[in-house]
Write a protein that binds this ligand. Structure first.
Ligand code: NAD
Length: 443
């Protein structure tokens, strides 16, 4: 099938590559010229495991093409995916300007029937807005061309995006049109052979499903972080509590890790956007507000440990920081806890020596050259001349470091672990002052 994807970010590029891999003829359109040129030259703009070879092979096979020419993209596919960003507006609601801009462009240039698929995360009612934009634009052209709008939210996880798209747990399709549904079944058939993963519903339910999923996951994290704060004050160990509650099959072990807060491009903005949606219709989303506020506080947790440990005397100190991305296996630093920490440290007059396996370039892009941020080549280099070590991301190769080397290199044998990678008792035996999240008497 001929498919066009608008927006080649984490979602659009992965989805496009995966659709091409199963044989579809996919054209990607983006307004970012540098991105398109780079992709044509084999330079992948993001780090995502397994993505680079997939893009390369499908590009070379001619099934995956890149362009900045929207008209070409609109001509290409009967199916037109919208996978552009929906960043938070000033008040936290989802900014739909990129989505409606694409819808308008499609309507300005379409000459035959199109299925417009909302793949971006968009508030309930957006498909209606998209439909309205297309109708109005076609009217201006005096054109009477049929089209349909479908909601097909994306559930991939950064860091496992390729496998999530290749083997989706569910494919949510919001439509009330059987012919469109047949087309969607054909499009996704290669991903739907083992068992039927398609969940069909009305458009508004599909739109809300995406927010409900992300808000549920964010709720689990904030709940555990609230428990971790209680554990700390009550002298209990949240890691024991986690295992205790995870063993209940109704709760399960997934996604109940306490830490220094959730980040990324989805949870913070989607929780906020659903709060705004609720408020706009006169509903007080008490639970969602609490989820957000617990998370905001949690992102300051490591800084408050540092302040406590150094008795407020952070000026002129240097801290080693392991982990900049909001989670492992990605270079994405959007809303990352490391940013909140670094910015607080800089404000307090401290310097950061940071290492991340994939996000160094992204950190350079965000912060540019500044004297209080030194990006170093290895995690060991980050320790040199540093007062203490802080960990913000649970990358695999941080899990079993050379503790003797850490101790010998740091000025103080102190570790502030935002992801509970180590055991407090072992750390004490090794001679460290160790701060974890919710680790009771040890902090
Ligand atoms: P992104 O910022 O990585 O990419 C968006 C791309 O859209 C950019 O390359 C940008 O240049 C392009 N763009 C903007 N306006 C355009 C236009 N008019 N025409 C063509 N391209 C245009 O965003 P992302 O992380 O891929 O997220 C996209 C959407 O998917 C968002 O709504 C997000 O909430 C949702 N989502 C993201 C994830 C994730 O893990 N990143 C997961 C599920 C859903």
């Amino acid at each position: 099938m001929k498919v066009t994807v608008f927006g080649i970010g984490y979602v659009g590029l992965v989805q496009a590559a995966v659709l091409a891999e199963v044989g579809h003829d996919v054209m990607c359109v983006d307004v970012d010229e540098a991105k398109v040129t780079n992709l044509k030259n084999g330079v992948i703009p993001i780090f995502e495991p397994g993505l680079a070879p997939l893009v390369k092979e499908n590009y070379e096979a001619g099934r995956l093409t890149f362009t900045t020419n929207a008209i070409q993209g609109i001509e290409h596919g009967e199916i037109q995916f919208i996978a552009v960003g929906t960043p938070p507006d000033e008040d936290g609601s989802a900014d739909l300007k990129y989505v409606t801009a694409v819808a308008r462009t499609i309507a300005e240039h379409m000459t035959g029937y199109k299925v417009i698929i909302d793949k971006s995360t968009v508030p309930v009612g957006t498909a209606d807005k998209v439909r309205q934009v297309v109708i109005e634009t076609l009217k201006k052209r005096n054109a009477d061309i049929p089209f349909d709008v479908v909601s097909n939210p994306e559930f991939l996880k950064e860091g496992a995006a390729v496998s999530d798209c290749m083997k989706p747990e569910r494919i949510i399709i919001g439509t009330n049109n059987d012919q469109v549904l047949d087309l969607m079944r054909e499009l996704y058939a290669p991903f739907n052979r083992n068992h039927d993963r398609m969940v069909i519903m009305d458009i508004r339910s599909a739109e809300l499903t995406k927010y409900a999923a992300n808000c549920m996951l964010a709720t689990k994290i904030s709940f555990m972080n609230e428990m971790s704060n209680l554990a700390e004050l009550l002298g209990a160990d949240i890691e024991k509590v986690r295992q205790g509650i995870g063993s209940d099959s109704r709760i399960g072990y997934h996604f109940i890790y306490p830490g220094c807060g959730y980040g990324g491009s989805c949870f913070p903005k989607d929780v906020q956007a659903l709060i705004r949606t609720a408020e706009n219709i006169g509903y007080q989303p008490t639970l969602l507000q609490a989820v957000e506020s617990v998370n905001d506080k949690q992102k300051h947790k490591l800084f408050s440990f540092l302040q406590r440990h150094f008795k407020g005397d952070l000026k002129g100190r240097t801290f080693a920081l392991w982990g900049l991305s909001f989670k492992p296996n990605t270079d994405d630093m959007r809303e990352s806890s490391s940013r909140v920490l670094m910015e607080s440290l800089w404000q307090a007059g401290a310097k950061v020596q940071a290492f991340d396996p994939e996000a160094m370039e992204e950190a350079r892009r965000i912060y540019g050259d500044r004297s209080d941020l030194v990006l170093v080549a290895t995690k060991e280099d980050a320790l040199k001349g540093a007062d203490a070590l802080v960990i913000c991301t649970e990358w695999q190769n941080f899990r079993a470091p050379d503790f003797d080397l850490i101790k010998a290199t740091l000025k103080q044998a102190a570790i502030f672990d935002g992801r509970n990678l180590y055991e407090p008792e072992r750390m004490a035996q090794r001679g460290f002052t160790y701060y974890g999240i919710g680790r009771g008497a040890s902090v």
